[in-house]
Structure formats: C-alpha cells, structure tokens
Design a protein around this ligand. Structure first.
Ligand SMILES: C[S@@+](CC[C@H](N)C(=O)[O-])C[C@H]1O[C@@H](n2cnc3c(N)ncnc32)[C@H](O)[C@@H]1O
Length: 291
C-alpha cells in the first residue's frame, strides 16, 4: 500500500496518486495562514509565487497524517504550539540549496585570514544546510593550518533538522564531489564501494572538526558562544525581511573577534542594513569601528 496516500483514499484502492493529490484542498486563506506561520516561526517571507512549492511540500505532511484539507492540518498545528509537527512543517518549507566551495572566492580569504593564528580558530556556519558549507570551511582550515586544524572548530547550525541529519552523515553523491579539485577529493573524501558506490564520505579528520546544532536565527537565545574568527551567513538572509536581517546582524557583532570576518551570500548586501559592519571586499564584512 502507498503509505503516502490519505487513509480514506488508500482504503478504497484503485486511486491514482495524482487524483489523490488533487483531492487536497489549499485555499487562498490556507496559503495566507501558512505564510504567516512560517514568518512567525522562522522569519521566512514566502513569496506569492511559492504556492505550488508549498502545496507539494506540505501535501506530504497532510498525507502522512491522513488529512485532505490544509485547513485541518493548520488548525491542528495551531492548537498545539509545542507539537513535533512544527519541526516537520518548518523543515518542509526551507530551501536547502547549497554546494561545496560555493562562492569559491570566500575560502582562500578565510585561509589567509586564519593562517598565522596561534590561538584556537573558530568559525560559525550559521545556515549550514546539508553540510557542504561547514565541511568546505573545515577543509580550508586544514589547508591553511595543517595538523593545527585538529584544534580548530566549525560550529554548523540550521533550523532544518532533516538537513542537519544529512549533514552529520557527511555522505554525498559522487557527482557533487567530483566537481572539486582532484587534490581536494583525494585529501578530504573517501569514495564508497559496494552498497556505497556512487557516494563519497567526508574523511573523519574533517568531520571531527564540525559540530552540528539546531539553531533558529530568530530564537531569542542562541545555544553557542563566541568569539568566532569568522561567521558565514550566506543565502539565508534573502528569505528574511529587512527588520529581521538588521536584528540578526546586530546579534552577530559581539560574537566576532575584533578583526573577524562576516561572509554574506552573493545577492546579499548588509551595508545598508546594519551600521555594525562595513564592506571589506566582495560580500565580505568586518566590524565597523565604534564611534
Ligand atoms: C539556501 S540554504 C543556504 C546554505 C548555505 N549557507 C549556502 O550558502 O550554500 C538556506 C538555509 O537557511 C536555513 N534557514 C532558513 N531559515 C532559518 C532560520 N530562521 N534560522 C536558521 N536557519 C534558517 C534553511 O534551513 C537552509 O538550510
């Protein structure tokens, strides 16, 4: 039996998945409510044109619970502010697109920044998604620090607990990894064989440098301590409105070492949002001098 079908439909047999799919009801009102709830929960501003995406991702949750109306699903959620389903709801609505050494110019900059350090190097990847970003950071630290990198620490956080579970495994499709330079592949990955053919795993010495934690950037308290040599907060602020972005940037400032670096995503510009940072180069910021 297809366990993803609503109970009613599954019980009657002979229904195609697509008919069952069309059976779910997402009204304008439901969509507006979903946008409001994910904004309150995660700060994510869902665009009007995301309706299809919302439908298909949350439809899975409705089927899981045997529901056919989004209104019923939302009413259940709202009745139980502490329900585990909130995690699944949030996970379903996040966008996890990422890659190893994405925005490649950031990594040599990070390597140069930490190369001469004698004290413990610490970096925060603040929207770590499925792990490619924090592992790229860890690899760059190994290239810059050699065996001293064993003392370095990468704290990797995300709101999406499913993405974090995948990140902790550190196993990736080979085609994601083969885009990297050959020397990096050899040095930092183990290719799978047998059941693991077609996959590569991040080597244990790289994995050991990264600690994954769940963290909502909107939460009043963050379960981590500064100071960091660098904070990567890339390609997540685009989902937040300006007020939320400003609040988060304000909270980053005291967590950076005085000469620390803040890395932003390619389409993000923090210069006009917070006076705490000033642009140092292409999407890289330092703390602004205090007045
Ligand atoms: C597009 S990915 C970016 C991944 C990586 N930083 C990069 O640039 O490749 C955005 C990530 O932000 C996370 N995210 C969204 N809202 C968040 C929030 N309120 N707190 C923490 N992480 C959040 C998502 O779960 C997702 O994994």
């Amino acid at each position: 039996m297809n366990t993803h079908l609503p109970h009613e439909a599954a019980g009657q047999g002979g229904w195609s998945a697509s008919l069952a799919e069309r059976d779910l009801v997402l009204t304008d009102q439901d969509f507006a409510r979903i946008r409001e709830l994910i904004y309150q929960r995660a700060g994510i501003v869902l665009a009007e044109h995301k309706r299809e995406m919302v439908y298909s991702r949350l439809a899975k949750r409705l089927r899981h619970h045997g529901l056919t109306h989004f209104a019923d699903y939302l009413a259940r959620l709202e009745r139980q502010p502490e329900a585990r389903e909130w995690e699944a709801f949030t996970n379903a609505l996040t966008t996890n697109l990422t890659a190893f050494f994405r925005e490649a110019h950031h990594f040599p900059l990070l390597s140069r920044h930490v190369a001469e350090r004698r004290d413990k190097v610490r970096v925060w990847s603040a929207a770590a998604s499925t792990g490619e970003e924090p592992y790229s950071i860890a690899m760059s630290l190994r290239e810059a620090l050699g065996s001293r990198a064993d003392q370095a620490e990468v704290v990797a956080t995300d709101i999406d607990t499913d993405a974090l579970d995948r990140a902790r495994q550190g196993i990736y499709a080979l085609e994601q990894v083969t885009k990297l330079e050959e020397t990096r592949i050899k040095r930092f990955f183990q290719k799978g064989s047998g059941r693991r053919a077609g996959f590569a795993r991040v080597r244990p010495e790289v994995a050991a440098m990264v600690e994954f934690k769940s963290l909502n950037l909107l939460a009043p308290g963050w379960p981590l301590e500064g100071p960091f040599d660098a904070i990567f907060c890339r390609n997540v602020m685009i989902y937040f409105d300006k007020t939320t972005q400003a609040r988060i940037l304000q909270r980053f400032a005291p967590l950076l070492k005085p000469d620390g670096l803040l890395f932003a995503g390619h389409s993000e510009n923090f210069s006009y949002i917070s006076e705490a940072f000033r642009l140092r180069g292409q999407t890289v910021y330092t703390l602004a001098p205090r007045p």
